[in-house]
Design a protein around this ligand. Structure first.
Ligand SMILES: [Zn+2]
Length: 473
């Protein structure tokens, strides 16, 4: 079965056929490196990682770029706050701090390494080339030293976001990088900067710096030199950012820019939009500092469908941890089981096929995970039946099934952190819970009786600041 994806531009599910057989070329809008990225940002990066892993699982080669916006209003403001006469070198030093932090965060979440991480400041010539073309073709004009894109000249403007163009203010302009989404105006391609500004380039368009939208168009052209298969981003980028990318690229090169646009929905926190003033704003680092496990955060962001709004709560994070522990525990159990018993006769091949089929259906992760948990349940019962024994070939095949799932889930590499729990048989965990309940009720006789049962089974109770756990004696 081929992949089917929902294309934001056509508003339809489409069968996916790469432009070049066997190879998928993807561009994903990355962060503006002016601060630490928040968990809403990481939802979008976990989604592009999911897309990439699914395509690879189906046998495609993937070439993917994720850009770093390292010059814009916010990065410049940050560099100036650090040093009043900051220039391009200081801007780079400032953005490097957050770029490095971003890469550490991607690793913490086990997001794969992509082929390209282009930086905007290293692609100024590619941006100028597009502006040259737009100027020659009459799509761009100068005003007060800056160059603007005239949306009135582009007859197909609005085709991605399907915006209502009837209230377009012709000839009025936005000079800022981000602007009011209701108010459609010409956008800036090249911004003139005052002569004293050191965070600018001297070009044929004067002393200035690029607008935000031109960066992505230029980096896509430079890296892929032609149309790409998939462009991803969060839904908040559809307008104006992606609309403007299409306008610039298609007017400059007169060819289709992107075959399929895929957008990931918002992450809400406790049902509300994340915002610093509401006190519900979390960077990944905030959550890790609070002791939350990166695997739980990865799993939480991955487990829902990317086109549905996701509501972040701490209970949700707990549930994610619980679910991923079930998978890891079963995997460790298979890994450590003895050789013996008889054939388990489980539909290992069908689970593998079903898992991929669900993902090929617009990356339906909830249904793919249902397949995984069906497998986990059946494998655990087989191990119960055979007292933790599998034949040599069953053991190999079951482990290979887990590896197959994990090429998308990416959670087994965290298993070291969960190995201690995994060794404890479930009935002993129940005994521990009962013993703790007895202690809480000050029923010391019952608590001691349960402790002795646990000890007799070869485990001791360890007190930690998170609570109690069992360890093999
Ligand atoms: Zn972009």
């Amino acid at each position: 079965m081929p992949f089917h994806f929902y294309n934001t531009q056509t508003r339809q599910y489409e069968e996916f056929k790469p432009l070049q057989e066997g190879l998928v070329r993807i561009y994903s809008c990355g962060p503006t490196v002016y601060d630490y990225a928040h968990i809403g940002n990481f939802r979008s990066y976990v989604f592009t990682d999911l897309l990439r892993r699914c395509l690879k699982l189906a046998g495609y080669q993937v070439e993917q770029a994720l850009n770093l916006t390292d010059v814009d209003d916010k990065t410049i403001r940050g560099a100036l706050a650090r040093q009043a006469d900051a220039g391009l070198k200081e801007l780079r030093a400032h953005t490097d701090i957050f770029t490095n932090a971003f890469f550490e965060d991607l690793q913490a979440l086990n997001i794969e390494t992509f082929e390209h991480y282009p930086r905007a400041t290293e692609h100024i010539p590619a941006m100028l080339e597009i502006i040259d073309r737009l100027t020659e073709k009459g799509y761009a004009y100068e005003q007060d030293g800056s160059i603007y894109f005239s949306i009135a000249k582009d007859k197909s403007y609005g085709k991605l976001s399907h915006i209502d163009l009837s209230n377009v203010k012709s000839g009025t302009r936005y000079r800022t990088d981000e602007y009011d989404k209701e108010d459609i105006r010409d956008f800036v391609l090249w911004k003139a900067e005052p002569p004293q500004s050191k965070m600018a380039w001297d070009t044929s368009y004067g002393h200035g710096r690029p607008g935000w939208h031109i960066e992505c168009s230029a980096m896509i052209r430079k890296i892929f030199n032609g149309p790409i298969d998939i462009h991803t981003g969060g839904v908040d980028l559809i307008f104006p950012h992606h609309e403007n990318e299409i306008a610039q690229s298609e007017c400059a090169y007169e060819e289709k820019f992107v075959a399929i646009w895929m957008h990931c929905e918002h992450l809400l926190v406790d049902g509300r939009k994340m915002s610093k003033s509401e006190g519900n704003f979390f960077t990944l680092r905030d959550l890790l500092k609070q002791g939350h496990h990166p695997a739980a955060i990865r799993y939480f962001l991955l487990a829902s469908h990317y086109r549905q709004k996701l509501n972040f709560t701490f209970e949700g994070l707990e549930q994610a941890l619980h679910s991923l522990k079930r998978i890891i525990t079963a995997w460790l159990r298979v890994k450590s089981c003895a050789i013996g018993g008889s054939d388990i006769q489980l539909p290992l091949r069908r689970w593998r096929e079903d898992f991929l089929t669900q993902l090929q259906d617009d990356l339906n992760m909830p249904r793919a995970l249902a397949v995984v948990f069906d497998a986990v349940k059946e494998i655990n019962s087989a191990l119960d039946r055979q007292q933790d024994k599998l034949t040599d070939s069953d053991k190999k095949e079951v482990l290979s099934l887990f590896d197959y799932f994990d090429r998308v889930l990416g959670i087994l590499r965290y298993s070291g952190d969960f190995a201690a729990i995994a060794e404890v048989p479930p009935h002993l965990s129940d005994l521990l819970a009962a013993r703790n309940a007895a202690r809480a009720a000050k029923n010391w006789v019952e608590a001691d009786r349960l402790r002795d049962k646990i000890t007799a089974a070869g485990y001791k109770i360890v007190d930690t600041k998170e609570g109690t756990r069992l360890e093999k004696i």
